[in-house]
Design a protein around this ligand. Structure first.
Ligand SMILES: *Cc1c(COP(=O)(O)O)cnc(C)c1O
Length: 218
């Protein structure tokens, strides 16, 4: 699919769900993609991108940002506490706040830096042991704790288990966000973004469907 085909599919899903056009924003996930593919999408006018590794993003986005100053880059992958400062300087939003220790580190750095990117809390909706994220049963308490630290918590993010019907996970995430008064829902990828839009996604994170298959990392 091309960028415009995806944008159209999102618009169609918004209409079908009775949602406002543009209420589900497309994050083009550019991780591990060759620079020329990323550049082509920038040249087409797209301005919102996602990366899952701090180091990789640090090597790529400062130069692109000089040429395309209105670009936004969101971190959608796990964040180690020792990379938090770099991430806060580099990204416009972080979708992977997933533990109390990281919340404390970000809160301390926000004081020091005088700014903080928008934050989304990752919820492990499938309760998978190998996956990052707050467990659904602990989400309300963690959201309250993070808000009490004055962190700019904007919403929730999830990555459903590969083997399961994603819509159940999207619905659960939407319910958790609604009852905590959070507006942003980061959910849906190449294979399921339309169902995510139907269930209220405000960000869909689409990689391979835009850029083509990722070249495997060596
Ligand atoms: C890679 C990645 C995506 C995009 O996946 P595609 O299947 O290529 O669309 C979305 N979200 C996260 C967290 C990712 O790491």
């Amino acid at each position: 699919m091309s960028l415009s085909e995806i944008t159209q599919a999102i618009a169609k899903a918004e209409t079908k769900a009775g949602r406002m056009q543009g209420s589900a924003r497309l994050i083009a996930v550019s991780k591990v993609q060759p620079l020329e593919r990323v550049e082509a999408v920038l040249e087409e006018g797209h301005r919102l991108f996602g990366e899952n590794r701090v180091q990789e993003a640090a090597g790529k986005w400062p130069a692109f940002k000089e040429r395309f100053p209105d670009v936004s880059v969101h971190l959608i992958g796990p964040l180690q506490s020792n990379k938090a400062r770099q991430a806060m300087e580099l990204f416009d939003a972080i979708h992977s706040l997933d533990r109390p220790k990281l919340a404390k580190t970000i809160a301390r750095l926000a004081q020091e830096l005088g700014h903080c990117p928008d934050l989304l809390i990752q919820v492990n909706t499938g309760e998978e042991p190998q996956k990052a994220g707050i467990l659904p049963a602990e989400a309300d308490a963690f959201i309250a704790e993070a808000k009490a630290m004055d962190l700019p918590i904007k919403g929730l993010m999830c990555i459903p288990p590969v083997e399961e019907e994603p819509s159940l996970h999207f619905a659960l995430l939407a319910k958790l966000a609604a009852r905590n008064g959070l507006a942003e829902l980061s959910m849906g990828m190449s294979s399921d973004f339309e169902s995510a839009v139907a269930l209220g996604a405000t960000y869909v994170r689409v990689g391979s469907a835009i850029f083509g298959a990722r070249v495997p990392v060596a």
